[in-house]
Every structure is written in structure tokens, then in C-alpha cells.
Design a binder for this molecule. Structure first.
Ligand code: CA2
Length: 159
């Protein structure tokens, strides 16, 4: 099974600025922890960060037929991008949206995510640990997908 991790605009600045909001961890450190979890659980993982909306749409589309799930922090685009929301809906893959900060306790314009509406789940406000929780959630989704496929196969063999 393969997970693609997609990080939106300015997340390449983690650990460099605004540590009072997002903490001291750099994006590379977060990815290192996710890589360790993936290798311990036999999961393939790839990482992508972009500050450009169209590049993020392209990367989501590339997941079709290549990845089994997406973990994504669309960052500010969560609140604005219909294009990213449409891309998520189009690929029909399980997507877990992660926000490092609690967007519901911040400015009014951050309290609603239009991308979250088409995601399988959302984790917000637990810092970079949210990415680990997203890996655990995605592993569970993969187990459920496998169980459903096996059940379907068994039913087809019986028919
Ligand atoms: O809490 C989150 O993870 C956010 O997705 C982060 C976005 C923000 O626009 C969302 O409302 C919530 C911002 C990411 C920018 O990260 C920076 C990190 C260091 C310095 C500057 C920006």
C-alpha cells in the first residue's frame, strides 16, 4: 500500500518562523518520523510540498492508479481552493487532512475548511503529532479496505 503526503503553501517554513503557532519541528523532521512509521508497517510513502495551487492539483491527480491514500495539509488553500477540493473528490481515494494548529480556535477565516468536506477524516490542533495520527488512521483504513476486498472475493467465489 502506498501513501502520498502533500504539504501546501508555506509549510516548508516550519521550524523557521512562527514557532509560537506551529512549534519548532521542521518539515523534514516530520517526514522522517512518517517514513519510520511507514517502513515499520510495510507502507510505501512519498512526500510533496508546493506553494502553488496548480502543482498541488497535479500531484493529487497523479495519485490516481498510483497511491492508495493521501495525507494532506492544504494549509491556507484549505480555506479557499475549490480546485484542490475538486481534485480530492475526483480521485476517490481516502484523504486525511491534517492541520498542525487548531483552526477552530483561530481567526474566523480559518475556521472552515472546504477541502475537509471531501476528506475521509480531519485531524487538527495536536501539532506535528497529527501527522502520526493520520498515519495510524490511514493504516486502519487500508486494513478495512483489504477486509472488504477479501469479503467481496469470497462472495464471488461462492456465487
Ligand atoms: O495549522 C495548520 O496546519 C494550517 O494548515 C497551517 C497554514 C494555515 O494557513 C492554516 O490556516 C492552518 C499555514 C502554514 C504556514 O506555516 C508557516 C510555518 C512557519 C512560518 C510561516 C508559515
Amino acid at each position: 500500500m502506498k501513501i502520498v503526503v502533500i504539504q501546501g503553501p508555506n509549510l516548508n517554513m516550519l521550524g523557521v518562523r512562527e514557532q509560537h503557532i506551529y512549534g519548532p519541528m521542521k518539515l523534514e523532521q516530520i517526514h522522517e518520523q512518517m517514513k519510520n512509521f511507514a517502513s515499520d508497517n510495510g507502507i510505501e510513502i512519498e512526500f510533496f510540498q508546493s506553494n502553488l495551487e496548480g502543482e498541488i492539483v497535479d500531484r493529487i491527480q497523479e495519485c490516481l492508479g498510483d497511491a492508495d491514500g493521501i495525507i494532506m495539509n492544504p494549509a491556507a488553500y484549505s480555506h479557499t481552493s475549490i480546485a484542490i477540493r475538486d481534485a480530492i473528490a475526483a480521485v476517490q481515494l481516502p484523504v486525511i487532512e491534517v492541520h498542525i494548529s487548531n483552526i477552530h480556535a483561530r481567526e474566523e477565516f480559518r475556521r472552515h475548511s472546504i477541502t475537509a468536506e471531501v476528506c475521509a477524516g480531519v485531524i487538527a490542533g495536536v501539532g506535528p503529532f497529527g501527522y502520526h495520527l493520520a498515519m495510524v488512521a490511514m493504516t486502519q483504513i487500508f486494513n478495512e479496505m483489504r477486509a472488504a476486498q477479501e469479503m467481496q472475493k469470497a462472495q464471488q467465489q461462492q456465487a
